[in-house]
Design a protein around this ligand. Structure first.
Ligand code: RP5
Length: 153
């Protein structure tokens, strides 16, 4: 068990350092996802929760995704929302590189199979021990509402 005195000494300092840091990171696999995924940002903005939004593909920029997720907690992020379509690996890859809660948003796209079932299954069917919470197809607003509940905001 951690020493309460040590926590009392260090935590306020860290909280000051992180005061202006985004709490939620919104990431997505393509610029083509941005217009829809911005709706998650709009919900967070309305709730006065700081967020950042970035495009990074698990398949096209795997090292960027790994670096972003490995550094997320240290940078002050507390939840990651990850949207992707087709073979939607991004939420799962994010969860593989961070212990923060990851909320996956399956997205449909022009090339989607079975009306988006491809991305739904890719997001949901994670192996035990590497959890991804999933919201409905093309529903980033619910990802933001879930993030607010996780944050207690
Ligand atoms: C996924 O493939 C993206 O998340 C996007 O939903 C889909 C299509 O990407 P683009 O070909 O439009 O870049 O990786």
């Amino acid at each position: 068990m951690s020493d309460p005195q040590t926590e009392t000494d260090t935590l306020p300092e860290m909280e000051d350092m992180e005061a202006d840091a985004p709490r939620v990171g919104i990431i997505m696999g393509s610029k083509s996802d941005l217009e829809l995924m911005q709706k998650a940002g709009d919900v967070l903005h309305d709730a006065d929760v700081l967020y950042e939004i970035r495009v990074m593909s698990a398949h096209r920029d795997p090292e960027t995704v790994a670096d972003y997720c490995k550094n997320a907690r240290m940078r002050g992020l507390r939840v990651i929302i990850a949207g992707a379509g087709l073979s939607a690996a991004l939420p799962g890859v994010a969860a593989a590189h961070t212990d923060l809660p990851v909320i996956g948003v399956p997205l449909s796209s022009s090339l989607t199979a079975a009306g988006g079932l491809d991305s739904i299954l890719s997001v949901v069917q994670m192996p035990p021990g590497v959890p991804v919470a999933a919201v409905g197809l093309d529903n980033p607003k619910n990802a933001a509402h879930l993030a607010l509940r996780i944050l207690g905001a």
